[in-house]
Design a protein around this ligand. Structure first.
Ligand SMILES: C[S@@+](CC[C@H](N)C(=O)[O-])C[C@H]1O[C@@H](n2cnc3c(N)ncnc32)[C@H](O)[C@@H]1O
Length: 267
């Protein structure tokens, strides 16, 4: 099987470029040629220095992909740039997706001056840092359970000269109960596999009025996806919460979607 210039795409089922690292998914029928394919990618795409194969989806409580080194320099740490900010990331040890860039910008543009925000699942800090750049008068609290991601987040605040984010490393449920007060105007819940389990914590942390941005993986096989998903969430909301809008962030598999719900809270 020859792998000609830029022909590599047909051997892949996906590719993410994070800084100067390419993470590729090779179709199973071409796995025996993975080194050949990856060497071709390395010579075809400018500014790529390392290629890793993704061998699992995001797994475990820290939502990390398992990667296997293929070509170039074997160093999984890179700097990724988005919305005028830069992020130091070890792609083998923390969650990161460049595919959420539009969503991060959308949220940053919703935030008003002087808001108090809580990001319950902060990762290496991309949502909070971009928000902070747009609204430096805000006060932001980040919580992240993966100690390595939390350390990268602190490094990323420094890299981006951020002064208005405080971070806690630990389980959001425990930190909310033990360290924070109910005085937030906006809460981000970017853990789509499990956010729903923390919804009561989030509602309890909103000052009288505010917003919750809940990310959730939901299944919808027939009819209108968003109508179906709104119906599922509505069954879990009390009278203080109203879905203001919802949208599909990404299609994640047959019948499965990542949905973001913008929920207005009025207590
Ligand atoms: C899907 S990632 C999103 C990270 C980040 N917001 C981003 O967009 O890159 C979810 C993050 O939540 C963290 N996490 C999972 N369970 C948690 C919990 N109970 N408390 C705090 N963080 C948690 C994971 O380690 C992971 O970094």
């Amino acid at each position: 099987m020859p792998v000609n210039d830029s022909e590599y795409k047909k051997y892949l089922s996906g590719m993410d470029i994070i800084g100067d690292i390419a993470i590729i998914n090779i179709k199973s029928e071409f796995l025996s040629k993975k080194t050949l394919i990856s060497n071709q990618i390395l010579s075809n795409i400018k500014n790529i220095r390392s290629i890793y194969q993704q061998t699992t989806g995001v797994t475990g409580q820290y939502r990390v992909k398992t990667l296997s080194y293929l070509s170039g320099v074997d160093d999984p740490v890179t700097i990724y740039k988005e919305s005028g900010c830069q992020f130091l990331i070890d792609v083998s040890k923390v969650y990161f997706s460049p595919r959420l860039s539009n969503e991060r910008l959308r949220i940053a543009k919703l935030v008003q001056p002087n808001e108090k925000l809580l990001n319950m699942f902060a990762g290496v800090g991309p949502f909070s840092i971009i928000i902070s750049k747009y609204q430096p008068s805000c006060q932001i609290i980040d919580i992240e359970m993966n100690p390595i991601a939390s350390e990268y987040a602190i490094e990323n605040y420094r890299l981006n000269k951020i002064k208005n984010i405080t971070s806690f490393c630990g389980n959001s449920h425990d930190i909310v109960l033990s360290k924070l007060s109910s005085d937030f105007s906006r809460i981000l819940m970017p853990l789509p596999e499990k956010s729903i389990e923390f919804l009561d914590d989030a509602i309890s942390m909103i000052n009288k009025n505010g917003w919750i941005h809940l990310y959730w993986h939901l299944n919808s096989n027939d009819g209108d996806v968003l109508t179906n998903c709104n119906e599922v969430l509505n069954k879990k909301l009390d009278n203080s919460c109203k879905i203001s809008s919802s949208r599909i962030v990404k299609h994640i598999g047959p019948g499965w979607y990542q949905i973001v719900f913008d929920i207005e809270v009025n207590k």
